[in-house]
Design a protein. Sequence first.
Length: 740
Amino acid sequence: MIKRIFLSIIGLFLLHTSIAQTAAPDNELWLTKLAQYKKNHPSIALFAHIDKTIYTNNEIIWFSAYLISNTAQNLKNHNILYVSLIKADTRDIVLMGKYVMENGLSFGSLNLPDTIASGNYELLASTNVLEKNSHPLCTFSQPVIVKNMTLPVSDGSTAGQNAISTPNKTKQTDIKFYPEGGNLIAGLAGTIGWETKSSTGSPLKLKAALLKDKLSIDTIETNEYGMGTFQLIPDEKSKYAIKIIGNNSFLPDSSYSLPTALSSGINLRLAQAIVKDTLQFKLFSKSETGVHVLIHNYQDAYASFSTTALPTGKKVSIALNALPKGIATITVLDKNNQPLAERLFFAHYDQKITTNLSLNKSSYRKRDSVKIKLKLTNKSGQPVQGILSAAIVQSIRLNEYEFPDIESHTYLYQALNLNPLYEYGRSLQEKPYLENVMLIKGWRKYTWQELISSTGNDTVPAPAPAVLNAQFKYKGKPLKAPLDLIIQNNPAFTPIKTNNTGYFDLDRENLIVPADKKIGIFINSKNSEGYTLSVIDPFTEINKRLARQLPIYRPDLGKHAEPDANIKKAGLEAGQTLKTVNISAKNSDGSFYGTNKIPGANECGDYVDARGYLNYPGSAGNSANYQPIEGKQYLIRTDLGSTKFEVRPISYMGCTTKKEQNSFKIDGIHLTKEFYVANAGSPEPEYATTLLWKPGITTNAQGEAEIECLTSDITGNFRIILQGISRDNVIFTTGNFKVD
């Protein structure tokens, strides 16, 4: 049933007169189609908040993932999050992990190895629910930069620099025209949006002459976003085009034709597409024409009525009480349910969550305590309960123009399938930009045709049936009888059995392990030699395909690009000062990063000394040595002489002994791990650029929460970034402070 919405039509006739004069389309038909389309194309968006965008080797990428949907029903099947780190130039997957997702939330981390190459990367996230083409229903991508401070750049590029295309005189440029409502109508004044992009997809700021039958009648231009508008009353017999003015990237005769004007049709005009709680528009036609108007968002219908388009314009005003915040659609139909005009608008633009941040100090010193109180309120000043993640990071580690916010992503990029890398800054805050977007992206006949063709037999997105497929072989050949196995996923042990040829599946519950741990698969047999295990993760191939298809683009940010010298000056290389210092333990248990100490060496002979050095020969046999833990980071010391030595971090990859050869380790689905908090009393330098990462913060009934951290030994500016969700909106805010 259509949601009730207050409707008033201001014009020459009352609403009931309009209905009497025109036959309404079959409401039951399009309501059924809308319900089928909603079922087959659920409204759901994936967003990941990461702590920063510029990393070095051996650092950790911390993230929180949010599924944003209009119903909880859409979330239940999304219970695994896949995260991959993709090298931008080769599309190779460098790192990949699986993480537990529950109720649309997932928190996790990716450890960047010591050997990772410098360069541009893309962080790609998706969930385990697939569309009929085996493509994940929800995906999210985020550009990051990695700078390896110990290895040279190997790919011939400078890590972190943005490619700047050299202009060449070519006509291979994408210029498109978007008449408001969808078509130019001969004899009716109309607004035309136009968009200019380079062959690589970057926006172009251009000026052009508007031509009528090859004669100039106006000068028009696009802005820095590559978008602009102009007015035109076309006649049916003339031809219209534009010719680029004063740009060396184009051939002298570069011209582009406008769409041909129709002899009749509907002209739909909006004075404003970014509105609060009331929508107003006018319907024009060359003669009185009965039409049917739908207000919807391709998920639910909010108004349906018949009216008449007039030569002088029929003014329509609609109160948007029941419509949720975000992009919605006006579709004008004829009596055969065919769209005549369509326009996007943004409803309830003023409905925002306000975040008040209160810091305990105006400025801070090294190793100082930072305490922050936050309070969330809605448009009416009422407290808001929400869940969010907080990052406090060194400002230089954030590329502001490649750092998406959850508001712009949810209400703009995801809704319109835009590439956020084409934009600059917080796009949702710029109303002139939004007005252009609503016009240029507002004619979507393809979506209406897809809606009309929806049927109950269409494939509904569903979770992948098995997480992992595996097979045991004996001396390279398939088994001839089932094999008894034991699955260990810390601390649980689960017995399973293969089929006659050695195949078995592992579902989600058997694969959940703590962060940085692996699944153990044990052969429950006295004779275990000669067995091999092959594991097939269907999402490995899916992610490889996504990586190949992912539009990876680095815009020319000009003055916004951060030169390497500034980054180095800001402490990115601070860790290199460890080369010539003596290092003592950071923690009471004697470790550098913190462990539960088990004295001595393990069965492989590996040990860590009191200073955190892994297998340092000078510490062999010391009573303070303890066993390393797989996945933890330690230090490798290389002596360079009698007084100098070099130190670098390393991840311990584990130990395999003879008695473990009947066991196999595979990657599982990881739970979140706790962020390491700096020790204020440590005598060693603290060069943390992420001072705090805290996911899962919940505000109380008063909309309040508190967070705290310690500053490190890096001075300068730091950013506070909060992102999350509430019951009916998303949360995004930033703050800053300085360390002297």
